[in-house]
Design a protein around this ligand. Structure first.
Ligand SMILES: C[S@@+](CC[C@H](N)C(=O)[O-])C[C@H]1O[C@@H](n2cnc3c(N)ncnc32)[C@H](O)[C@@H]1O
Length: 203
């Protein structure tokens, strides 16, 4: 099967300005989770925002004294993040473009949901490798039990591949990949979001 993330990234290139305009203000649950993540990462630590989109969270985390780099597969999205003054690179969240063990924190919101389910385990292991021991993962992704193409409501003919993950199965994979989950919870805002704060442990 063709890699669905290519077509999904092309969709984001097309909708980037409208997406940015409609997603500038995180809901209350995400605001709390983001604050919790920022409080857990050591001050001044280096954080990668994987699937950073227009850079809302990357800029906010940078404003809290963290050294942030945004990573996105969509050039238009990476460009919007860079336009905020946050370093941003074109890259794939399945293989973070950073040195092994270099990150104090890894933040990823509403982006793992575009990675095919079959690639979940390899992606989590790559994230483990990118973090230093004790590094913090802040992950928010869609909860559910289905996978497939969804048309963008405001852009007829443009599609994104969505994976709605079973929370228990994802938490199990995180543990197997070498993460210790500190807390997790569900938040319903449009979709049902599973937020997970986890720490890299040595295995
Ligand atoms: C729903 S948006 C979320 C953006 C941002 N995290 C936020 O919460 O506003 C998903 C983002 O993930 C990016 N993305 C999708 N698949 C990706 C991949 N394999 N690697 C890097 N970025 C990816 C998209 O280009 C898009 O910018």
């Amino acid at each position: 099967m063709e890699d669905p993330t290519s077509k999904t990234a092309a969709t984001y290139d097309h909708i980037a300005p409208a997406f940015a305009a409609g997603n500038e203000h995180p809901d209350a649950g995400l605001q709390l989770f983001r604050q919790r993540f920022a409080d857990t990462v050591p001050a001044g630590g280096t954080v990668a925002d994987l699937g950073c989109g227009p850079g809302r969270d990357a800029a906010w985390l940078g404003g809290r004294g963290l050294r942030v780099v945004g990573v996105d597969r969509s050039a238009a999205m990476a460009g919007l993040t860079a336009a905020r003054g946050v370093p941003a690179v074109l890259g794939d969240l399945r293989r973070p473009p950073v040195a092994p063990g270099s990150l104090a924190g890894l933040w990823s919101v509403a982006a793992l949901l575009h990675v095919p389910a079959a690639e979940t385990e390899a992606t989590l292991r790559a994230w483990w490798t990118a973090l230093r021991t004790g590094g913090v993962l802040g992950l928010s992704t869609s909860a559910g039990d289905s996978e497939g193409w969804e048309e963008v409501p405001s852009a007829a003919g443009r599609h994104r591949w969505f994976v709605h993950r079973d929370p228990a199965a994802l938490l199990h994979l995180l543990g197997a990949a070498g993460f210790e989950t500190v807390e997790h919870g569900l938040n319903t805002a449009g979709r049902t979001w599973l937020s997970i704060l986890a720490i890299k442990r040595e295995v």
